[in-house]
Ligand binder design. Structure first.
Ligand SMILES: [Zn+2]
Length: 295
């Protein structure tokens, strides 16, 4: 995960630039839900401003950093995720789900709620673009928290007491920068801190979104292989050094897939080259042999 920096005012300006009356219409809809005591709609109203988030996130999934190309002809692959679920909140972890059956966090993860965060159904800081895997299959209506659920709140900036366990990457409404909490050991996402709330948020996010599932580690491995080859080519072709250095810089930039993992690996090549080299060779060998790369 990476943070997508933008001020709230800039985000609102982008939304107004796409749909000048959207925020006003959203507020009218919210008044209906407040009168009804919950979310009562199922229209794709947020679809009107979806492209603001697709563009802000460089067509990447907010959680797994997969590149979701096809904003124009395949915009359905970009799902609008409600960070805080609008219609209900299911208790997590659900041990009937195979991915989480053995995960027993040592910290509270909050009770469920039949009523969702309906006042945030159209809040610009409750949206992110996510892939089907992360949004539909995994996120669903879960929202683990360490604190007390604050269903009636209408401003995400004032909800820190919930102590949300999943990271939110848009703007700075979430005080934690994802890359300050989650780093990578080769293709594997790992918590940067060994204990405390920072560790709990990282571990929960990694487990919740299955960030070390083979469907992601295998794709991160491909990126590391390309990075490694670019590093080697830069050494043996000094006349084309700039070309390879530009490629490496692009691979580590926010618009590239899995940039957090790739950046962490590049850093390792600078701080501990022998370990990076051994790891790169292991990854490339595993890819060639079609072997899984998991913890
Ligand atoms: Zn994803």
């Amino acid at each position: 995960m990476i943070r997508y920096p933008i001020s709230e005012a800039e985000l609102i300006a982008l939304i107004n630039g796409v749909q000048p009356n959207w925020i006003g219409r959203a507020q009218t809809r919210i008044q209906h839900y407040i009168a009804a005591g919950g979310y009562t709609d199922d229209s794709d109203f947020w679809g009107e401003i979806k492209h603001v988030y697709i563009s802000l996130q460089h067509e990447k999934c907010a959680y797994c950093e997969t590149k979701l190309q096809g904003a124009v002809l395949a915009s359905k692959v970009h799902e609008v995720e409600h960070y805080r679920p609008k219609s209900e909140v299911k208790p997590w972890p659900n041990h009937k789900v195979v991915h989480w059956k053995d995960f027993k966090p040592a910290w509270p993860t909050g009770a469920g709620s039949k009523v969702g965060y309906y006042k945030l159904a159209y809040h610009h800081l409750n949206y992110a673009i996510a892939c089907t895997r992360c949004n539909s299959t995994l996120k669903s209506s879960y929202f683990p928290i360490r604190g007390k659920r604050d269903i009636q709140n209408s401003d995400p900036a004032n909800m820190q007491k919930e102590s949300a366990l999943l990271l939110y990457p848009i703007s700075s409404v979430d005080p934690d920068d994802p890359q300050e909490l989650i780093t990578f050991n080769g293709v594997l996402a790992v918590p940067r801190h060994s204990d405390g709330p920072a560790n709990e948020r990282a571990v929960t996010t990694i487990e919740f979104f299955q960030l070390n599932h083979e469907d992601l580690t295998s794709r991160r491995a491909v990126e590391i292989r390309t990075l490694w080859f670019a590093l080697q080519l830069a050494k043996i072709n000094p006349q084309d050094k700039q070309l390879y250095e530009d490629t490496i810089a692009l691979m580590c930039s926010p618009q590239s897939p899995f940039s957090s993992c790739v950046s962490a690996f590049l850093e390792l090549t600078k701080t501990d080259y022998p370990t990076a080299e051994a790891m790169a060779k292991l990854i490339i060998t595993a890819l060639t042999a079609n072997q899984p790369l998991t913890a």
